[in-house]
Design a protein. Structure first.
Length: 173
């Protein structure tokens, strides 16, 4: 597990940008956090790191946004509006198996709504951090803790990515 404390949305995107440089096709990211915790902000940084020029927004209503123009395809999935029994009808496995879509990076917001286990993945937990020193509401909203936790049997798969982040962002730990 790797933990960072960030003081801005730009730093959240910068870490995601760096992560995108070392992720391989077939990577699955479980983005965990409350509403407004920075999940979509993280995916925006990931997209920039993959060379995606288009705007990345939350697919809350479209459910799945496919960004195919980057170095590796990015599939941004948001399950917030779905009940667990509805998720199965999306056939999400086809994104991480590469069977119907080019193998890419799958970033899932609200993955806890799935009623089946994800294959090996990297869980990224984002949570706001209350800054008692600051009187600025914007600073409070932008400060966050971010944790990178490989799932069981995924430690080896994401070891290089975590080491890359640790060496490039040690000043945030």
């Amino acid at each position: 597990m790797l933990t960072f404390y960030l003081d801005s949305l730009e730093n959240t995107q910068a870490i995601a940008f760096e992560l995108a440089k070392v992720l391989l096709p077939g990577s699955i990211l479980w983005l965990s956090g409350n509403l407004g915790s920075g999940k979509t902000t993280f995916v925006q940084g990931l997209g920039k790191g993959l060379g995606i020029d288009g705007e990345i927004t939350s697919p809350t209503f479209s459910l799945i946004d496919e960004h195919l123009q980057g170095r590796i395809p990015l599939y941004h999935i948001d399950l917030y509006r779905l009940e667990p029994e509805q998720v199965q009808s999306l056939h999400l496995f086809s994104y991480w198996q590469g069977s119907d879509f080019p193998l890419g990076i799958v970033a899932i917001e609200w993955a806890e709504r799935m009623n089946h286990r994800l294959p090996p993945h990297l869980k990224i937990c984002l949570s706001p951090v209350f800054n008692q020193i600051s009187n600025s509401k914007s600073e409070i909203e932008e400060s966050r803790q971010i944790q990178f936790i490989p799932s069981e049997n995924a430690e080896h798969q994401y070891q290089a990515a975590i080491a890359h982040l640790a060496s490039n962002f040690s000043h945030f730990s």
